[in-house]
Design a protein around this ligand. Structure first.
Ligand code: ZN
Length: 279
């Protein structure tokens, strides 16, 4: 019967697309979490030795960038004392809905746990982040180069409207591409009559997902470049500059490998879960 055939087909399409999306997202996230370059990047940044006075001038100069002074930018150190409060207030800024809705509260609680995890990583010196939501850079104690990179993000973000659109696209494009590209490509594959009928998305899923990361990679590189050029301005030693470039370079490489892993996973997932048509 035609009707039941169609239903099976839709169920099949949805199941294959969902499985494809799962693979296309799970693999790169594993790579990102377990990236072997993270440790060397942190080590390189920890090994940079700069006299305290020079370091103070460096951070002072970055913080006093005119665009930041005009905005309400703040840099907040995350410590064991404030980590819980900070994650709570950040969650509240993120979810401004009424407090008495039970269902919404459940959603907020789920995110609250994730956000606390993120803040704990910062507290432990394993991460730092700039949040455009509150225009704050959250950074760990004794990690001035983490802070400098995040200030770089804040400067990029507060600089110009055009670049802001570019930066926002950098933050949301990869996630959208990782979901949408394999899902649509696999869905489309069910229309193929011949093996050669592959659609544009089916053929280029990996490249499109990889390309979606380009604005984000540009933003990451620009944030570090701002820190490096300020370091040159305050006459960091050659050795310090070399280690700074190494640390930021390795950190950048973790983003590049995430982009590559995402592209490869999207291509693989599309291939695995697309409908096979006999030659
Ligand atoms: Zn960054």
């Amino acid at each position: 019967m035609n009707v039941s055939n169609d239903n099976t087909n839709i169920f099949q399409k949805a199941a294959c697309s969902a499985a494809g999306v799962y693979v296309a997202n799970k693999l790169p996230k594993f790579v990102r979490k377990n990236n072997p370059l993270i440790r060397p990047a942190i080590n390189a940044m920890d090994s940079i030795s700069v006299p305290k006075k020079q370091m103070d001038v460096f951070i002072h100069l970055m913080l006093n960038e005119p665009v930041l002074k005009k905005s309400n930018f703040k840099a907040v150190e995350v410590t064991s004392k404030n980590v819980n409060d900070l994650s709570m207030s950040f969650t509240e800024k993120l979810f401004k809905f009424p407090k008495n809705d039970k269902n919404l509260e459940k959603i907020r609680d789920i995110y609250q746990k994730k956000i606390l995890k993120l803040f704990k990583l910062v507290e432990k010196g394993k991460n730092a982040f700039y949040s455009p939501i509150d225009n704050v850079a959250y950074y760990p104690k004794n990690k001035p180069f983490f802070l400098a990179h995040e200030i770089g993000h804040a400067i990029n973000d507060n600089t110009a409207k055009a670049s802001k659109i570019f930066i926002m696209s950098g933050r949301i494009l990869p996630g959208i591409a990782m979901l949408a590209v394999p899902a649509i490509a696999i869905w489309q594959s069910f229309k193929n009559k011949n093996a050669d009928d592959k659609t544009f998305l089916q053929k280029h899923a990996g490249k499109i997902v990889g390309a979606a990361f380009l604005p984000m990679l540009a933003d990451e590189a620009a944030a570090s470049m701002r820190a490096i050029s300020t370091a040159k301005l305050v006459n960091f030693s050659k050795e310090a500059l070399k280690n700074m470039k190494l640390g930021y370079g390795l950190a950048f490489a973790t983003y590049v490998s995430f982009a590559v892993a995402s592209g490869l996973s999207a291509a693989l997932a599309t291939k695995l879960f697309s409908k096979k048509v006999k030659e």
